[in-house]
Ligand binder design. Structure first.
Ligand code: UDP
Length: 362
């Protein structure tokens, strides 16, 4: 039984690593599911794509749709055209999409219109913020999803409130955490980290349009972070979206260390030993929750409220005073430690594959 596994952008690769590993174990144990790994080509360079395949042992994609970069509509259209042609050549029995990126929605649309059931890994989460493309992708994907593989009780409740039958909700845990736990003992320091001391630096990541599209906004944020860091270095792996705007930001504080997007094992080494992580990423707030590292989120909403309610995350919005106050508390050692959310135990991929095996007959 052929199932498509769709991946297009960095956070997708981390999540499908766990699903592909579970599918491989299923095959090795004589299971009937066979994966066709479809890379949409949304992220395509070494630092945003291939490095994750290499480090996490993800098999090379069976097909690359080569969608490339472009506007939301350009990318969505290119992925849809490519995936429709693939299904016309060889249908699959189900389409597994993960997360909330353009590829997630584009392939769900094509698959469901072809009469092929859609499984959404990380379904049901909601930020309520329609200004974020990711929230539109979540809402639209979930509207045409057959089977929801969820990461939290909040996601389950959101789906129930939307009238989704219990039989379509599978509370499995978090594939991004599967990957984190599976590779934790391989985290390793990047070469530039030689002079960094554990707990004596911050990690910063930014790529949401509201934070990085306007040079004035980005510049003010970076200055605030560095001032509040009280002389400690701020390691800033710069997302491709942020890179060009950064060039227009003028001179930066000397404590800001801009580096390329980091490979997974180096990035999470930096996170694990950081004083705190300052970020607008959703996935990173899950990893910091499990690694028990303070996380300061520069957004006004989150689709992952368990990282706040149970974990180490705090939502700070865009107010520089709140950010300064939070960093002062971190430096003073006043931060919650938190607990690990239910089922974030490294077994989500295995649960997903077991459920798919039951849903899709041999
Ligand atoms: N990540 C990485 N290198 C970096 C920055 C992030 O490997 O330089 C990983 C991080 O550990 C997490 C994922 O990329 O697993 C998060 O991706 P991103 O922040 O792009 O997406 P989001 O979760 O916000 O959708």
């Amino acid at each position: 039984t052929l199932i498509d596994v769709i991946a297009g952008a960095r956070p997708n690769f981390i999540k499908i690593a766990a699903i592909m590993a579970a599918l491989e174990a299923h095959r090795a144990a004589g299971g009937h599911l066979r994966a066709r790994l479809v890379h949409t080509g949304q992220h395509y360079d070494q630092a945003m794509s291939q490095s994750f395949f290499d480090e996490l042992g993800i098999p090379q994609p069976d097909i690359n749709l080569g969608a490339g970069s472009g506007s939301q509509a350009t990318q969505t259209g290119a992925i849809m055209i490519g995936y429709e042609a693939l299904l016309a050549r060889q249908r699959s029995a189900a389409c597994v999409v993960v997360g909330d990126v353009t590829s997630t929605l584009a392939c769900a649309l094509v698959s469901q219109k072809a009469g092929i059931p859609v499984a959404h890994v990380e379904g049901g989460i909601r930020s309520g913020d329609w200004s974020m493309p990711e929230e539109i992708n979540r809402l639209a994907t979930d509207a045409i999803t057959n089977w929801f593989f969820t990461t939290s009780e909040v996601a389950n409740a959101n789906l129930r409130a939307g009238g989704v039958a219990e039989s379509r909700i599978f509370f499995v845990g978090n594939t991004m955490i599967d990957t984190l736990l599976a590779h934790r003992d391989r985290f390793r320091a990047p070469a530039f980290a030689g002079d960094l001391h554990p707990g004596r630096y911050f990690v910063l990541t930014l790529h949401r349009p509201a934070n990085v599209d306007c040079p004035q906004v980005l510049s003010q944020l970076l200055h605030t972070v560095c001032q509040a860091a009280a002389g400690l270095p701020v390691i800033f792996p710069v997302h491709p979206r942020t890179r060009s705007v950064l060039a227009a930001c003028g001179p930066m504080p000397v404590t800001l260390r801009t580096v390329d997007p980091q490979p997974y094992l180096a990035f999470n080494f930096l996170v694990e030993h950081a004083k705190a992580v300052i970020t607008d990423s959703g996935g990173v707030s899950e990893e910091t929750t499990v690694l028990q590292v303070p996380c300061l989120t520069l957004r006004s909403t989150t689709e992952r409220p368990e990282t706040v309610a149970l974990g180490t995350n705090e939502i700070l919005g865009s107010d520089p005073d709140r950010l300064r106050d939070a960093m002062r508390r971190v430096l003073a050692g006043q931060w919650k430690t938190g607990i690990i959310p239910p089922l974030w135990d490294g077994q989500a991929g295995t649960r997903i594959v077991a459920a798919l095996g039951r849903l899709l007959p041999a």
